[in-house]
Design a protein. Structure first.
Length: 390
């Protein structure tokens, strides 16, 4: 018998060489790594899009309220004289007015209480006398009549953000009636109980709500809490379920706290003619402290047509900044978005802006001096919207 050996040719080969396998793996790994690198970018883009969506919603809410009540902007001291505020700039900041001025924490700024005067914007008490004297602040701050916690937060925030404080199953006999539930003893209710006790005292209220999760029907039911006693939660609104059904189907109780996540203030530039240019400044988790409004000096000032400004930030200063944040020309009350920050020295920063400067402001080493107001690097700003002139 004669055996014929077939030569391996490209036409009759059935396998792959090691080199080809390695090349395929290299190409695949490049593709996988490229795809993996897109996930963080996608997450950041999604977060940013969510923030902008909420910001636009809040801006639209405020714009609608201004349409209904122009005095909100044009008559901030509510003296029924819309021309009284012409020729100077000011801030409409209902929540900030309340948080920074409510000395007795009763949820109301009392104009007759000398301890509850509305602190001006950009106030830095240089002489420590507790009074806002000349050259110690940037401009006046008004609540424009929205001087209670409810009215201020209704106007200048989105009340739809909730943070979970506790979660657990109900006890075996967890529903005495349609207004109460006993949560499992292993669920830590310390924080919830502390807030509930605080809400019984005079002062701003922190809304709490209970959520009954019903996985069988794929639904949940919520109601505001009006009392917490140990592991027992009580509410007023009747839930759309009988106690028997709740005991059978509700497997989880969640207690949540309302969070002041998105809030805003208005910057107003008034002309001598009475026209008002309004910007809506939206914040994410604003901290409401005077340190956030502290002005800093600027060695260059603000020069029209340029896109850079230098600021001086003292060592150990509470002032913070970030790329994508905003800087305020404190002389003209104009906002500019930050494109890049370069550290020149231990105290001096050069800030590149995303748009050209439109109005001149003098350079100043002393932001509380008479010749210039410097700048404010206010944190937590998500977006600034120009509403136009009124």
């Amino acid at each position: 018998m004669t055996m014929r050996l077939l030569a391996v040719t490209p036409e009759n080969r059935t396998g792959a060489t090691l080199t080809e396998v390695l090349m395929s793996m290299m190409i695949l790994s490049i593709g996988v790594l490229s795809l993996a690198a897109m996930f963080p970018i996608g997450i950041l883009s999604s977060v940013r899009a969510t923030q902008l969506t909420h910001s636009v919603t809040l801006k639209n809410n405020v714009a609608s309220q201004i349409d209904l009540d122009p005095g909100l902007v044009l008559d901030p001291d509510r003296n029924h004289n819309e021309l009284n505020g012409t020729g100077f700039d000011y801030i409409i900041d209902p929540i900030g007015s309340l948080r920074l001025s409510d000395a007795n924490s009763d949820g109301y700024v009392n104009p007759s209480d000398q301890n509850e005067w509305v602190r001006p914007f950009g106030w830095f008490d240089q002489n420590g006398d507790g009074q806002a004297t000349q050259n110690e602040y940037i401009c006046r701050r008004y609540h424009s009549g929205y001087n209670t916690t409810f009215s201020a937060e209704t106007l200048a925030s989105l009340p739809d953000s909730w943070t979970e404080l506790a979660a657990g199953p109900p006890q075996a006999s967890g529903f005495p009636d349609q207004h109460r539930v006993n949560i499992d003893a292993t669920t830590d209710m310390t924080t919830v109980g502390t807030i509930a006790l605080t809400n019984l005292q005079p002062g701003p209220q922190v809304p709490l709500r209970v959520m009954l999760v019903d996985p069988r029907d794929g639904q949940s039911h919520t109601s505001l809490i009006n009392q917490v006693s140990g592991q027992t939660i009580k509410w007023n609104r009747q839930m759309p379920m009988t106690p028997a059904k709740a005991m059978q189907q509700v497997s989880e109780i969640r207690v949540q706290q309302q969070e002041l996540k998105y809030s805003c203030l208005l910057t107003v530039r008034r002309e001598n003619s009475g026209a008002a240019a309004v910007d809506v400044v939206v914040f994410l988790r604003r901290s409401f402290t005077l340190d956030d409004e502290r002005p800093v000096g600027s060695s260059t000032g603000f020069v029209p047509g340029t896109q850079t400004v230098r600021v001086t930030i003292p060592v150990n200063s509470p002032v913070t900044y970030r790329t994508g944040g905003y800087i305020l020309d404190a002389t003209n009350l104009r906002w500019y978005q930050i494109a890049e920050v370069t550290e020149l020295t231990a105290t001096e920063r050069e800030i590149a802006l995303q748009q050209p400067i439109t109005e001149f402001a003098l350079p100043t080493n002393n932001p509380n001096g008479p010749n210039g107001r410097g700048a404010i690097l206010m944190p937590h700003v998500v977006q600034v919207f120009h509403l136009g002139d009124l």
